[in-house]
Design a protein around this ligand. Sequence first.
Ligand code: CP3
Length: 365
Amino acid sequence: MAAPYTGQAFPPLKNDLLLRAAAGEKTERVPVWAMRQAGRYLPEFHEVRSKHDFFEVCQTPELACEITLQPIRRLDLDAAIIFSDILVIPQAVGMKVEMVPGKGPTFDDPLKTPDDMKNLKKDVNVYETLNYVFEAITLTRHKLEGKVPLIGFSGAPWTLMAYMIEGGGSNTFSKAKKWLYVHPEESHQLLQLLTDIIVQYLVGQVQAGAQILQLFESHAGCLGPGNFSKFALPCIKQISKRIKEELSVRGIKPVPMIIFAKDAHFALEELGESGYEVVALDWTVKPKHARRLAPNVTLQGNLDPCALYASEEEISKMTKEMLKNFGTQKYIANLGHGMYPDHNPDHLAAFINSVHRHSEQMNQG
Ligand code: CP3
């Protein structure tokens, strides 16, 4: 495997709150960022998107970098997340995916039967095919000038498999889940193919300059405990283990890793022992319950994204309550899922500023 950009010198990091919280070290205030912080709630995002297709933005390092930096310029965030999409991996194995306005991601030719797996590229050169993501990361690390750390990410195997079979979003994911019951062997094969690519892809992101990684298992909830343990969790664990090994072999310092398995409240104990330093929570989980079940990790989350529709005063109150329940240490404040297109950026600012203000006060008091 070729090693692009290894050993590059980047501007020194000025705000390491997120990295310290992820490592379980003491922080003077709680770090905060928001999933989908680069996106459609920002007028400056629409400005770029009005001139460029979604995946063209992903594939053009200068544009991906610009959109990554947009929320950082406007808001007092403690992290940037590289602008891309989880669906670049299905594209890398040869599937055609488009972002259809008003509909979301749409696959031209989803996998119908296991036989269709023969059309997928089995030996993708991740460094060539997804080099544009690595270039965007390196460029962004420079342009950030050390202001905040840069988060790299990938979709987790089950979530990617679900999209590849459904061909887009779904309420039930019944087509993808059918594979687990009718074609378990082939499902494991597909999940393993994706796992191998994700490991290379995330190692490449760290080599390119990502300082922390988040794995998105957005469709964990539809599996339930049995299938989650059987199909999703083994891949999630394999990924954290192999990334640590691969980085060590290359003489690269390990980076903290965050697992976000949405709606997988039933698997909190297992997730807390899955080799990730941080477990991210959706808004349906009680902070104290998560602390009990996953006592050894840093927690991230979990304000209901819809809470940002409330007044700024209400947001401040709800944020204070959330901080009280999580405590100010081993904690990264975030939403329980991503920003919505009709969110008011000022209300996200109110959330961020409340996290900073209240957590500083709580640490002093
Ligand atoms: O968080 C960030 O700011 C970084 C960028 C990012 C995007 N997608 C940009 C995006 C990240 C981390 C993702 C991850 C992603 N993509 C996930 C996991 C997180 C989650 O939400 O559960 C998933 C499931 C996807 C797949 C995907 N991409 C969907 C379902 C959609 C449609 C959303 C919708 O409501 O239409 C996208 C499109 C997408 N990805 C947009 C952005 C900013 C908006 C599309 C546009 O500009 O037209």
